[in-house]
Ligand binder design. Sequence first.
Ligand code: SF4
Length: 306
Amino acid sequence: MQKPYRDFSEYFSAHFPYKVQKISLNAGCTCPNRDGSTGTGGCTYCNNRSFSPEYTARLKPIGEQMQEGMAFFAHKYPQMRYLAYFQSYTNTYGDRQALQAMYAAALAQPGVVGLVLGTRPDCMDEEWLRYFADLRERTHVFIEYGVESTLDRTLRRVNRGHTFSQAAESIRRTSEHGLPCGAHLIIGLPGESRDDFLHHIDELNNLPITSIKLHQLQILRGTIMGRDYMKDPAAFGLMTADDYLEIAVDLLRHMRPDLYVDRFVSQSPPDLILAPRWSIKNYIFTNKLVNTMLNRGYRQGDLYGK
Ligand code: SF4
């Protein structure tokens, strides 16, 4: 079935003549928004379970993490190739040489054809950009930036520790270095409305990004937001899954037609989620979204610029 939006898998199909699978790796990075470099306490929605030294010490070497991830798919799909996905936390924050050694260890594994790396927009300096531009001469590189909101009042409220203009500037400089990048947005942050979500899409439409990754706000145990939620749940006015579906449809219709869409919902471990507890799998939500768009004759970008 033809999807009414550009699924991120089409980006991979356009770049690789075989199927690729991202393998999530954990580099054990910390975060400048926790260690005092940018801020302390972290983003109010961030669960810090993975920041303890004991947890980091238990992490396996990157080559081993990569091999274990690939083994899961290899017997079923022998032709599959892999992308090393440094997803969690701030993967350009820490000892530069040690991090580069981890990227190299992942890329050295047979069958690995590129690197996808998530980071904060304020953690991508010129030296990193030159490093990734150079790496891109030899392998595929894709950068994901945690933009989260385009409104500074929201970014301050969730203690994000950077502004939207910092995110926009990093995206522009990344593009100037010839590197493709995507923006991650959280839909439903406190104080934001449907108009604000549409404003995010308008702002991102104007930036040289390749993809947008969306997910709904999840309020997790062990977070500052979780503590506030427990005190006054009504203050959060959380969306139902159906509300969110309508918002996602709206966002897609206003989105630049050439952008790839990487995801709509995220699923944290159930024991961590305080709210909303939708219990809906990513693929079920996506199927519902696709059917809604098709039944109504909508497609990505049909309201772009209107
Ligand atoms: S969400 Fe990311 S940027 Fe924010 S505190 Fe957690 S790791 Fe740091």
